[in-house]
Design a binder for this molecule. Sequence first.
Ligand code: UDP
Length: 480
Amino acid sequence: METKTHKLHVFFFPFMAQGHTIPTLDMAKLFASRGLKATILTTSYFAHVFSQTIEKSRALSTQIEVLTINIPCAEVGLPEGIESVHMVSSPENQLKFFEACGKLRPQLDLLLKRHRPDCLVADTFFPWATNLASESGIPTLIFHSTGYFSLCASLCVFLYGPQKKVSSDSEPFIIPNLPDQIELTREKLPVDFSREDMETEFARLYKTTRRMEMGGSYGVLVNSFYELESAYVDHYRKVLGVKSWQIGPLCLYSKRAREAETSLDKHECLKWLDSKKPNSVIYVSFGSVASFDDEQLMEIATGLEASGKQFIWVVKKEKKEGIKEEWFPEGYEERIDGKGVILREWAPQVSILEHEAVGGFVTHCGWNSTLEGVSAGVPMVTWPVAAEQFYNEKLVTQVLRIGVEVGAKKFVRLVGDNVKREAIEKAVRRVMDGEEAEEMRDRVKGLAEMARRAVEEGGSSCLDLNALIEELRLHRSNTS
Ligand code: UDP
């Protein structure tokens, strides 16, 4: 039986990428705030990032522990010291990184045996971890770092495939068995199971995860909220039969910490935003992994300038040794002085989106970014690049109708395909000005309000979290 003094102990094992570690830290904080003990397993690179946040709060530092694991880079032919997926740029090395992660099994096994947690929250990219914990009788929740719409779409494509025979990768088909009629093309699928050549390592991983989701795990933990995609929450649970809990938007749990930031901590770009009118600035960012080549950067620079809108643009350049920065149009920096801010590599994204001066968001539709845009009530220009981002684009533009597509056509790992300046200019204007923009803004502001309520006491995400914790307690008392 569980004693009164026993604290439920949850292990978190996120994939080593910002899009997975950021919501994991928020989850750990959330569980800790409910009196549970949280342990995060990660590389020393992320352990260092986490400890900077955790050490700021005494309450957190007693409830959250970070244990480090070592990626066996040499075993797969990667240079030593690669501790995050953003540290590798080529698709070949990315695959090697996944392979190296698969070799973490003995380290995880040892830690599970030593600590005997009551639950493991394992990343979608580590289906082997779900297996391992289940073999030891530890319930495992899969964390996908994506929402219900894309979970449903992925599962439906996996189970039923594009039903209509399509003659080319760019011919549209309807995703089968979804609540809405959503068209997609094969070139936008993360994994196209109807192709025989898809027996890649990534495709195998993807398939194993789908199977785990449908019965090999205790359930699925989702960073979303019921009101955002209720038809898809119900579809996932009742029609596709996956047990799940939604506990988001996780980014809202860190809101108070951000509000406590003093003006001294304030990033320069936030001070710049303070001087701007409401809804007058567009924020442009493609997340922590995607980067562009010079040609595409030139198109973005020119398209933003032509839109006449003020902007903050986070530039991540394709990493090639010895390449000079030649993508700025002639005299660009002088011309945008005061009108545009270009940030290198990293921006305080959530704080930027929450600023009242920001009226639009050009996004690659990573799930965290999408949810952060929704939670801040900002309409979006969607520009997906990889992974499940093309699904998220459909949710934003067709289901929620809070954004417009820029017209990205293909799934391209790491480097985006070429979107022309005219398309960028047009899409930026559409989300910033006019009646259509106002309608989108009203809709997304309504969703932001629902998001805020979902995480409050008695809100849908709060209730789901309560139910999950109760179930874990019950599971523990039944098995100990
Ligand atoms: N992010 C940030 N500053 C940046 C770029 C990204 O704070 O300059 C954060 C962003 O707020 C989000 C995460 O990194 O929480 C990116 O996750 P997402 O799922 O959007 O995309 P990914 O990076 O996984 O492609």
